[in-house]
Structure formats: structure tokens, C-alpha cells
Design a protein around this ligand. Structure first.
Ligand code: FAD
Ligand code: SF4
Ligand code: SF4
Length: 451
């Protein structure tokens, strides 16, 4: 039976206080996840479709090209604008809400889109991620049925949010017009299952996602960054290569990436799933709402007609401008790839002497890639990271998991597929699904034997 979730009141000044339970927000108890080798707990394994992981999962049976055709009517076209990097899109813009509400991660476009869909009665519910009432950083999937409920979903939580488990609850309530807000691994599974959901309408609002980890490990990371981790209300990896922390008392702290205590974290601090994830920009969403290319504002990638419909709803609540691009990513990406290959995966740790690091940090901020060039930098790094990590930890999965576009992006840095690593011929999905299940079963049976 569904229960109402006490609404956590988010926002830098709010601390961790809680408002009373309200209507319009449903958080049913979830079944436990089924054991899977590579899994980000998107919710499928907790649902009535648990047996469909083999067909839906980006780690078991990734179908980027096929699903791009299904959703956008075509695959990404490397000859078209920036599609090789960011996936199919109709337009890309820098954008910000004119009046950002408190507690949002950037300017709150994601929250506002959910509110507008509910305000106008376009959907019956939005599936999104609120915070656990006991831990503002722990994700808790919710079914939002009234615009006011979107308030509980503001801001980034760190950890895996089994949003797709709520498809059952939505169906049980007779909701056939849905919106889902999610990261790429969730959206991949959603799109793979979309045809069998029998929905009248589905709006998919995606955010990019670089790295995720368990909430528990995120708390360990916070404790390394500050002496008062319990008071941190906001954390973001800024496009000017700083991590920004905000505290409940309004204070802020900015730490250059190069000074982050990465060496103190275990190599698997970011699980292999997120170190081998190839859809950074959530190419299967109708609209992607990120920040990477937008130099302090938000980055909208409108991918299809439904995405256009979503962004049009914002009207003059949003200020839109052109994206810019400066700097040269090639040297930083080359260095990153060299460090990764030397370490054979894990998290790349720069071994520069301690006294040099502030200088490197300053130079990165001053001369590093900006705008679209920064987004290209991060996408190329992520593709290289995925390939090197899979080579080290799951070589048998590499052939299936690395999409053709990833190989193309890293080729200039000397990363090319070895003969047994070339992507499989697309279009043979039945054969691929069966083979994928075999790999999954073998991996689950031999969790200690790698490759
Ligand atoms: C783990 C993680 C890593 C990210 N990395 C990047 C990145 O590298 N580059 C980039 O451009 N953007 C990244 N994002 C997206 C970014 O943090 C913002 O969510 C996005 O820019 C939207 O901002 P907003 O102000 O519109 O969001 P808000 O209006 O504040 O809404 C935030 C939305 O995020 C959803 N959400 C929050 N936590 C989670 C979670 N753990 N899992 C799934 N959904 C969640 C909620 O449902 C909510 O609707 C990341 C998001 C997550 C969750
Ligand atoms: S589809 Fe993949 S990520 Fe989702 S529950 Fe299944 S194995 Fe895990
Ligand atoms: S990095 Fe990829 S696999 Fe990990 S949570 Fe984000 S979208 Fe999912």
C-alpha cells in the first residue's frame, strides 16, 4: 500500500527540517533489488518486470543506436553539429529560470517542467527523486501527482534511485500519462521497456550524470572535504573545475578539482557501473537539462518534438541565450588518458607534488576549456574512462558495452579497439539478448573471477 512521504524542506538555509506530510507525493514501499553483477538499481529488478533486466539494461544489453532510432526517429549523426558528443538534438541552448526557487541544483528548470506538466494536466504523475526524510543526500523515488509535490524533489541526491520500480504503482493507480525525470541508466531501461508499458503519453526529462556512488560512500567523501559534513546542504562539480559546497549557515567553500582528496578514496569509490557508463548526456531523453556547457547557467538539449513541447511550456519564465566555446581540450584529455592507462582504471589520481597543485588548479581555471569545449572534454574523458576500466575489470563485456561513438571519440588519443573488442554488428537483437544473458549469468555465478 502506498504511503505519503514527509516532505523534506530543502535549500541552503533550510537545514534538515521537515514539513508535515502532504498530498500529491506518493512513496510506496519498494521490493528489495534482485542481485545483478553490474547494476545501478534503476528499479526494474524491484518491479514486476524483474525478468526484463536482460533486455532493458545498459550494462547487459545496451542498445543506444536502436533506441535513438526508436525515440528520435534517427541515430546521432556525427556530421550534424555536436551529435557525436552529445547525441541527437534539434537545438542546444544556454538557459536559466528568471526566478530560480530556493533549494534547486542549478536554476530549477527540471523541477519547473515537472510542475508545469502537472499544473496543465498533461500528465497524471511525474516519477522523480526526493530525499529520504532521514538523510537529505539519500535518494527516494516518488510519484508526484500534484505540482506542489515537485518541491520535495529539488536538488541532487547522491546514490541510486530505483525510479522505475514506481511504474507498477503508477499502473495500479491507472496513470497512463507519465513523466519520468532520471539519469541515463534509468532512461535507457525505461525506453527499452516503453512499448510494453501501454502508456498514452510519456515525457522523459533527463539530466546528464557523470559519476554516482552509494549514499554511504558519498558521506565518506563529504567528511574528507570539510570538518562539518553534516551541515553541507549543496555540492556541485562546477564547470570552472571547482567543487562548491554550501552549508546550512549560508557559508560556501570552493575546492579546485586538483586538490580533491581522490588518493584517499578506494579505487572502487565510484562503482564500475558508473566508471563504464557511456551515455553521459542522456541521449534518450526528450530533453536533457544539464549544466556542463553553460558556464554557470543551465544547458538545454532539446532532442525531439516532445522536448520542444516541454521547453515551450517554460515561456518567458526562462532566459535563453547561445552557448559559447573556448579553450582546447586536447592536452588535458591526453594527460587524463595517459594517467588512466598507467593506473589501468580506477579513479585517475594526478601525482603532481603537493605544492604544484594549487598552481595547476589556477591554470585549469584560467586557461582550461570552457562552455561547449568543457562539455566535450568531459564526454571524451568519460568514454576513455569506460573503455580503460572495462579492459581492466570486465574485458568480456567490453565488446558489447562500448558503443561505436565512444570509440570514435577516443581514437584521437590512441585508444582503439583490439580485434576482439570491436563492437558487435547492430540489428541482431535477439542473438545479442541471448548472448547478453549468458554473460550476465556467468558474471553472477563467478563474481570473484573477472573477465
Ligand atoms: C549523480 C548525478 C550526477 C550528475 N552529474 C552531472 C554532470 O556531470 N553534468 C551535468 O551537466 N549535470 C549533472 N547532473 C545533473 C545536475 O546535477 C542537475 O540535476 C541538472 O543540471 C538539473 O538542474 P536543475 O536545477 O534543473 O535541477 P532541480 O530542479 O533541482 O531538480 C533536480 C532533479 O534531479 C533529480 N535527481 C536528484 N537526485 C537524483 C538521483 N540521485 N538520481 C536520479 N535523479 C535525481 C530529481 O528527480 C529532480 O527532479 C547530475 C545529476 C546527478 C543526480
Ligand atoms: S535494468 Fe540494469 S540497472 Fe536496472 S535493475 Fe536491472 S540490472 Fe539493475
Ligand atoms: S554515471 Fe551512468 S550508470 Fe552511473 S548513475 Fe549516472 S547514468 Fe547511471
Amino acid at each position: 500500500m502506498a504511503t505519503s512521504l514527509p516532505l523534506p524542506v530543502l535549500g541552503a538555509a533550510d537545514g534538515a527540517s521537515y514539513a508535515p506530510a502532504r498530498d500529491g507525493l506518493v512513496a510506496p514501499p519498494l521490493a528489495a533489488p534482485r542481485p545483478r553483477d553490474l547494476c545501478t538499481d534503476c528499479g526494474v529488478s524491484r518491479s514486476s518486470r524483474a525478468s526484463r533486466c536482460g533486455a532493458a539494461c545498459q550494462f547487459i544489453h545496451p542498445r543506444y543506436a536502436e533506441l535513438e532510432r526508436q525515440v528520435h526517429g534517427r541515430e546521432r549523426d556525427p556530421a550534424r553539429g555536436e551529435e557525436l558528443y552529445f547525441g541527437p538534438y534539434l537545438e542546444m541552448r544556454r538557459a536559466r529560470l528568471r526566478r530560480p526557487p530556493a533549494g534547486v541544483q542549478w536554476t530549477g528548470i527540471t523541477t519547473r517542467l515537472g510542475e508545469l506538466l502537472l499544473e496543465r494536466g498533461i500528465v497524471d504523475a511525474v516519477i522523480a527523486t526526493a530525499a529520504d526524510p532521514d538523510d537529505r543526500w539519500a535518494p527516494r523515488p516518488v510519484l508526484v501527482t500534484e505540482p506542489g509535490g515537485m518541491r520535495a524533489c529539488r536538488g541532487m541526491k547522491m546514490g541510486y534511485s530505483p525510479v522505475l520500480a514506481l511504474l507498477d504503482e503508477a499502473a495500479a493507480r491507472g496513470y497512463r500519462r507519465l513523466a519520468v525525470i532520471g539519469v541515463a541508466c534509468q532512461v535507457h531501461a525505461l525506453r527499452a521497456l516503453e512499448a510494453e508499458l501501454g502508456l498514452e503519453a510519456l515525457y522523459v526529462i533527463g539530466t546528464p550524470c557523470s559519476d554516482n556512488t552509494t549514499t554511504e560512500r558519498f558521506h565518506q567523501f563529504l567528511a574528507l572535504l570539510t570538518e562539518r559534513p553534516g551541515e553541507v546542504t549543496y555540492l556541485e562539480f562546477m564547470p570552472d573545475m571547482h567543487v562548491e559546497l554550501r552549508f546550512a549557515d549560508g557559508a560556501t567553500k570552493r575546492i579546485p578539482f586538483i586538490l580533491l582528496p581522490i588518493a584517499q578514496l578506494p579505487p572502487d569509490f565510484i562503482p564500475l557501473t558508473c566508471r563504464s557508463c557511456f551515455d553521459y548526456t542522456n541521449a534518450l531523453a526528450d530533453v536533457t537539462v544539464g549544466y556542463m556547457a553553460a558556464e554557470g547557467d543551465q544547458w538545454l538539449l532539446v532532442r525531439n518534438a516532445r522536448g520542444r513541447e516541454l521547453v515551450a511550456m517554460l515561456g518567458d519564465e526562462v532566459v535563453v541565450s547561445a552557448l559559447t566555446s573556448r579553450g582546447d581540450r586536447r592536452a588535458p584529455v591526453r594527460t587524463f588518458v595517459q594517467v588512466l592507462e598507467r593506473q589501468k582504471g580506477g579513479m585517475p589520481v594526478r601525482r603532481a607534488p603537493r605544492w604544484v597543485r594549487p598552481l595547476i588548479g589556477w591554470m585549469q581555471t584560467r586557461f582550461g576549456p570552457k562552455g561547449l569545449e568543457f562539455a566535450r572534454t568531459r564526454v571524451e574523458m568519460k568514454m576513455a574512462e569506460g573503455i580503460v576500466n572495462l579492459r581492466a575489470e570486465r574485458p568480456r563485456r567490453l565488446r558489447r558495452m562500448v558503443p561505436d561513438f565512444a570509440w570514435r571519440l577516443v581514437a584521437p588519443y590512441g585508444l582503439t579497439p583490439r580485434p576482439d573488442e570491436r563492437p558487435e554488428t547492430p540489428g541482431r537483437d535477439e542473438v545479442a539478448t541471448t548472448a547478453a544473458r549468458r554473460v550476465m549469468d556467468a558474471d553472477e555465478a563467478t563474481t570473484t573471477v573477472r573477465g
